[in-house]
Write a protein that binds this ligand. Structure first.
Ligand code: 6PG
Length: 470
């Protein structure tokens, strides 16, 4: 039998769809899964593509089905299962072989694995893949990290299976070791912020304005034809239009209001803080998921905590303001994500190309949106401090739309509706547009209680102290 071009381990939803995508693009794939019956079932269900799939019941069989240098994609659960899979594979590999982790790995793990395998003569590629089930099957956005030599033998396959935007592949080699997985993590952080700000706008329309989901669906659908055009706004319209076949109720009403999270949003925030950065819109979105899951506490809170009743207070909001508020907050969410990418790039020496990242996010991934073309253009002429919101284009977008964001946040606060991401985005914007803030008082307090010293505006150097003692 002819050798397969690439191997894949892990036939869960993402792995199975990625294997079919690769096979469809003409590359024979050897597939392995920890539970072997799943391999035969997968190939039996692959239809016309089955003859491009090779069953590999063991890691040894997988290695034997591939010609060196072997390239093997792992699509297994992040964390310990990745290490266990690598350990099972290693005895069957030879120097020059390439392991590609296509899961949502913590980039710190990717750096560790890459270094350890490189020492053993093996190549390791950390590959962020976005687009969910549909993307994996028909074209995801792919963010690659690893050495250029490790990527070269698989570049043709990776570029062929990725989504296309205006004829260009939405796959790119972005930097060494953990660069690809870091970019994917930040992608997910932006995803969290975007999803939460959409949910906050929905909440205002639903609970303060009292609109039924079907009408809100129509509004999101309309917005999807304008500057908010994006996958997340598009699916929000579809979700809100859906009814539960069993009860006939709006589907959104029969779903528990406790959000799950697998960790990438939280990692974005943790890594931002480690880098001495802050991404408040993303932080607020992670926090909102945490509090959504604290159902018992919120039930207890509803019984005792007083405040305005949104159904009585009404928000009195204009649809156009909500659309503009969402646009402004979305720009801010992206802006924070890209600033974090720039900070990590400096810290780890990755030389991330922000233009390229914006370009490969234009199709295939969950945060694809009409804004990404403009973001790519904005970074082509680097804005002051590499900050998206300071680019000429987005400074204008924000000047034109933050008035609406301000009105929406103000009305939400008055109506007693929580809008953590919208308000965090606005607070950050207001922070960034004031050259002189209030930290002189923080410095004075630090000096007062800890003699930490401060710098004066009228002299050079630091180490000054205030007249606190007497
Ligand atoms: C993607 C998604 C995906 C992620 C899910 C769930 O880009 O395709 O980001 O990778 O796993 O969206 O993430 P949470 O469970 O953390 O919400």
């Amino acid at each position: 039998m002819a050798k397969a071009r690439i191997g894949l381990i892990g036939l869960g939803v993402m792995g199975a769809n990625l294997a079919l995508n690769i096979a469809e693009k003409g590359f024979p794939v050897a597939v392995h899964n920890r539970t072997t019956p799943a391999i035969d079932a997968f190939i039996a269900g692959a239809g016309d593509l089955a003859d491009r799939l090779v069953a590999a019941p063991t890691p040894a069989a997988l290695a034997a089905a591939l010609a060196p240098p072997r390239a093997i994609i792992l699509m297994v659960k992040a964390g310990a299962p990745v290490d266990a899979t690598i350990a099972a594979l290693r005895p069957h590999l030879e120097p020059g072989d390439i392991i590609i982790d296509a899961g949502n790995a913590d980039f710190n793990d990717t750096r560790r694995r890459e270094a350890a395998l490189r020492e053993a003569g093996l190549a390791f590629v950390g590959m962020g893949v976005s687009g969910g089930e549909e993307g994996a099957r028909h074209g995801p956005s792919i963010m690659v990290g690893g050495t250029a030599q490790a990527f070269a033998p698989i570049a043709g396959i990776v570029e062929a299976i990725a989504a296309c935007y205006n004829g260009a592949s939405c796959a790119a080699h972005l930097g060494p070791d953990g660069a690809g997985h870091f970019v994917k993590t930040v992608h997910n952080g932006i995803e969290y912020a975007d999803m939460q700000m959409i949910a906050e706008i929905y909440g205002l329309l639903r609970h303060a304005e009292g609109r039924p989901p079907a009408r809100i669906a129509a509004l999101f659908d309309e917005w999807n034809g304008g500057p908010l055009r994006s996958y997340l706004v598009e699916i929000t319209a579809k979700v809100l239009a859906a009814s539960d076949p069993e009860t006939g109720l709006p589907m959104v009403d029969v779903i528990h209001d406790c959000a799950g999270q697998k960790g990438t949003g939280r990692w974005t925030v943790i890594e931002a803080l480690r880098l001495g950065q802050s991404v408040p819109a993303i932080e607020a979105a992670v926090g909102a998921r945490v509090w959504s899951a604290a159902k018992d506490l919120r039930l207890a809170g509803e019984a005792v905590l007083q405040g305005p009743d949104p159904t009585q207070a009404g928000a009195g909001l204009l649809d156009a303001d909500l659309e503009r508020a969402l646009l402004a907050a979305r720009v801010i969410g992206y802006g924070q994500g890209f600033s974090l990418l720039a900070a990590a790039s400096g810290e780890f020496g990755w030389q991330l190309d922000l233009v390229r990242i914006a370009e490969i996010w234009r199709a295939g991934c969950i945060i694809r949106s009409a804004l990404l073309d403009d973001i790519a253009s904005a970074f082509a002429d680097p804005p002051p401090g590499g900050s998206l919101i300071l680019s000429l284009h987005f400074a204008q977008v924000l000047s034109g739309n933050t008035g609406a964001l301000r009105r929406v946040v103000a009305r939400a606060v008055q109506a007693g509706m929580p809008v953590p991401v919208l308000s965090a985005a606005l607070a950050w914007y207001d922070t960034m547009r004031r050259a002189r803030g209030t930290a002189s008082l923080i410095q004075a307090q630090r000096d007062f209680f800890g003699a930490h010293g401060f710098e004066r505006v009228d002299r050079d150097g630091g180490g000054y102290h205030g007249p606190w003692g007497g």
